[in-house]
Write a protein that binds this ligand. Structure first.
Ligand code: IMP
Length: 424
C-alpha cells in the first residue's frame, strides 16, 4: 500500500488537524513526520474543541494507530500535558500511540535558547513560537541531540547534563536578559520523561514498512505549511524542518516511490502568524473582517494572525514542490458577505510581470496583481452537499482549479467534522 500525505500549502494554520480527523476513518495509521509543539492542530466534534500539538490527529478514533515519526521533535513537558488532556476525555492513548526512537527531544534549555536567540534579534526576530524548535533541530543537524531511544540508555543523564551545560554557556553568549530557574524546569522535565517512558517506543521506519507490506493504510500528517519550509519557505522567516512532501520521506523513512495521494490544504484566503514577507497582506477592513470571522488567532500562542487575499503565485509554487494530487479548500464560509473577492494571480516583480515565486518577495520587490470575483452572501456553514453551493463560490473554485490544474475535492465550511463538503 502507498502512503498518502496531507500537508499545508501556505504559512500553516490551514486546518490540517480537522481534515486528518475527517479522513482518519479511511486509514489504519496516522503518522506525524516533522515539527513539534509549535503546531496547533484543532479538531472540533460533538460540540467540543480539541487542540493537539505533537500527537497525531487520529488519536480520537478508537481503531487508529498514531505514530510520532523520527522527523518530529518532542517536548516531554508539553507532550505530557497533551496526554493528561486526552486521559481527562477518556481517550485510551496507550495502545494507540507509538513513538519513534529516532525522534529528537526538546530540552528546557532549547526553549531558553530559542528565547535568547529571538531577544537578541530585536526587530529582525523570526516570531518563533518559542517552543525550542530551532535549537533542537540545530542540535540534530549538529549531531549533538538527544533522541527518544537515548532515554532508554543508562548513561543518558550524563549526555543531558553536558548538553544542558553547553546550552547555558550559549545563553550567556547571547547577552540578553532571560530569567529562568533551571532546577524547576528540570524537575518538570524529568517527571515528563518518566511519563514518556510509559509509552511504546518503536523503530518507526521498520514498523511503517511492515505495516505497508501487510496492507495497512497510512496517512502522513504534516505540520506548519509549505511556505515555512526550511529550504523552500520565506527564509529566514520559516520553521526549522522540511514541511513539504520530501519531509515525509525523511521524517518517516518512506521512499518517494511509496507516496500515493498528496492532499494539499489551503485556506480560501491567506494568513500568516509571526514575521516575514506576505505580499497579499491586508491592512484594511477586509483584513479585519477575515481575522474576526475566521477567528484568526494562533492555536499554540494565541497571537493574532495576519490576513490577506489568496495568493495563487505562492499556492502554485507549493503545489509544484509537493506534487499535490488533490486540493482541499478551507474556510470558504469566512468569505461569505464580501462584495468583491480578489485573488493574486501574478506579481509585478521589479517592473516585470511574473507568475512564479522569486527569491525575494519583500514588499519593495513585489506587488500583487489581482483578478477580481463577485462574492456571495449565502451562509455556507450549514451546507453539506456540493449542489447547495452558490454559483459565485463555484466560479471561484472553478477558477482556482483551472489555474492550479488540480481538483479541489473537499470544501470545508466550518470547524466541525460535519461541516465538510465532498465535491466528487
Ligand atoms: P518556530 O517553528 O516556532 O521556530 O517558528 C518559526 C516561524 O514559523 C514563526 O513565524 C512561527 O509563527 C511559524 N510557525 C511555527 N509553527 C507554526 C504553525 O503550526 N502554524 C503557523 N505558523 C507556525
Amino acid at each position: 500500500m502507498a502512503v498518502d500525505l496531507l500537508l499545508g500549502l501556505q504559512w500553516g494554520d490551514e486546518g490540517k488537524g480537522k481534515i486528518v480527523d475527517v479522513l482518519t476513518s479511511k486509514y489504519n495509521i496516522i503518522a506525524r513526520f516533522q515539527g513539534g509543539p509549535n503546531a496547533g492542530h484543532t479538531l472540533v466534534f460533538n460540540g467540543k474543541k480539541h487542540v493537539l500539538h505533537t500527537i497525531p490527529s487520529g488519536i480520537f478514533h478508537e481503531d487508529t494507530v498514531n505514530v510520532v515519526g523520527n522527523g518530529v521533535v518532542i517536548d516531554p513537558v508539553i507532550f505530557k500535558k497533551e496526554l493528561d488532556k486526552l486521559a481527562e476525555q477518556g481517550v485510551d492513548y496507550k495502545k494507540a500511540l507509538l513513538i519513534s526512537r529516532k525522534a529528537h527531544i526538546i530540552l528546557p534549555t532549547h526553549r531558553l535558547l530559542d528565547a535568547a536567540s529571538e531577544a537578541s534579534k530585536g526587530k529582525a526576530k523570526i516570531g518563533s513560537t518559542l517552543k525550542g524548535i530551532g535549537p533542537t533541530y540545530m542540535d540534530k543537524t549538529g549531531r549533538n541531540g538527544i533522541r527518544v531511544g537515548d532515554i532508554e540508555l543508562a548513561d543518558w543523564k550524563d549526555k543531558y547534563r553536558s548538553l544542558a551545560d553547553k546550552h547555558e554557556d550559549m545563553i550567556k553568549f547571547y547577552n540578553v536578559d532571560i530569567q529562568y530557574n533551571l532546577k524547576e524546569l528540570e524537575t518538570e522535565f524529568f517527571e515528563a520523561i518518566a511519563t514518556l517512558k510509559t509509552l511504546t517506543f518503536i523503530d518507526s521506519e521498520e514498523y511503517l514498512h511492515q505495516s505497508m507490506k501487510s496492507g495497512q493504510t497510512i496517512l502522513a500528517e504534516g505540520a506548519q505549511g509549505s511556505l515555512l519550509d526550511i529550504d523552500f519557505g520565506t527564509y529566514p522567516f520559516v520553521t526549522s524542518s522540511n514541511t513539504t512532501a520530501a519531509g515525509a520521506c525523511t521524517g518517516l523513512g518512506i521512499a518517494p516511490t511509496q507516496i500515493g495521494e498528496v492532499f494539499g490544504i489551503f485556506k480560501a484566503y491567506t494568513t500568516r502568524v509571526g514575521s516575514g514577507p506576505f505580499p497579499t497582506e491586508l491592512f484594511d477592513a477586509d483584513g479585519e473582517t477575515m481575522a474576526k470571522v475566521g477567528h484568526e488567532f494562533g492555536a499554540t500562542t494565541g497571537r493574532p494572525r495576519r490576513c490577506g487575499w489568496l495568493d495563487l503565485v505562492a499556492l502554485r509554487y507549493a503545489c509544484q514542490i509537493n506534487g499535490v494530487t488533490q486540493l482541499i479548500m478551507m474556510k470558504g464560509d469566512v468569505l461569505s458577505g464580501f462584495k468583491t473577492l480578489k485573488v493574486c494571480t501574478a506579481y509585478n516583480y521589479k517592473g516585470e510581470e511574473i507568475t512564479h515565486l522569486p527569491f525575494n518577495i519583500e514588499e519593495e520587490n513585489v506587488t500583487p496583481i489581482y483578478t477580481e470575483f463577485k462574492g456571495w452572501n449565502e451562509d455556507l456553514t450549514e451546507m453539506t452537499e456540493a449542489s447547495q453551493m452558490p454559483k459565485a463560490l463555484n466560479d471561484y473554485i472553478d477558477f482556482l482549479e483551472k489555474e492550479l490544474e488540480i481538483p479541489i475535492t473537499i470544501v470545508s465550511v466550518g470547524p466541525d467534522r460535519k461541516q465538510t463538503i465532498v465535491r466528487q
